[in-house]
Design a protein around this ligand. Structure first.
Ligand SMILES: [Ca+2]
Ligand SMILES: [Ca+2]
Ligand SMILES: [Ca+2]
Length: 131
């Protein structure tokens, strides 16, 4: 299920070519679309991202270090990992707690994934990321 990780995509530079490898974008939207309204809301997207913090929190201290955060990102997003980490570590704890981690992903969703800014991701918007 490599493509599920790819939706975690989202470079702050906007490039998300990794999604081009997704075999079935409609299937991906269906997977994330918990309330079955045909679109992925910001909350549905963040619900997908939330458990990924624990998944990449190697030393289980409840926050992602710079290296752990970087490991959680797609290849495209890794290029901006240091800048993103600094920007979203708002309490200067040198780690991203859940609120900060979700803040990052909400920012990415709103600015790079949800093209028409209606707080929902559609298969069309996902396809557009390839262009
Ligand atoms: Ca939905
Ligand atoms: Ca922090
Ligand atoms: Ca949208």
């Amino acid at each position: 299920m490599r493509w599920l990780v790819l939706v975690a995509l989202a470079g702050l530079g906007g490039a998300a070519a990794g999604v081009a490898q997704a075999p079935d974008r409609a299937g991906l939207v269906r997977y994330l679309d918990v309330d079955r309204d045909g679109r992925v809301s910001l909350n549905e997207y963040l619900s997908f991202q939330q458990p990924r913090l624990a998944e990449f929190d190697e030393n289980q201290n409840g926050r992602l270090s710079r290296a752990e955060f970087k490991a959680s990102l797609s290849e495209q997003a890794k290029a901006n990992a240091d800048r993103s980490f600094r920007a979203f570590d708002q309490n200067s704890s040198n780690g991203l707690e859940e609120r900060e981690f979700l803040g990052y992903h909400a920012y990415v969703f709103k600015n790079f994934i949800d093209a028409n800014r209606d707080d929902h991701l559609t298969a069309d918007e996902l396809a557009a990321l390839n262009e």
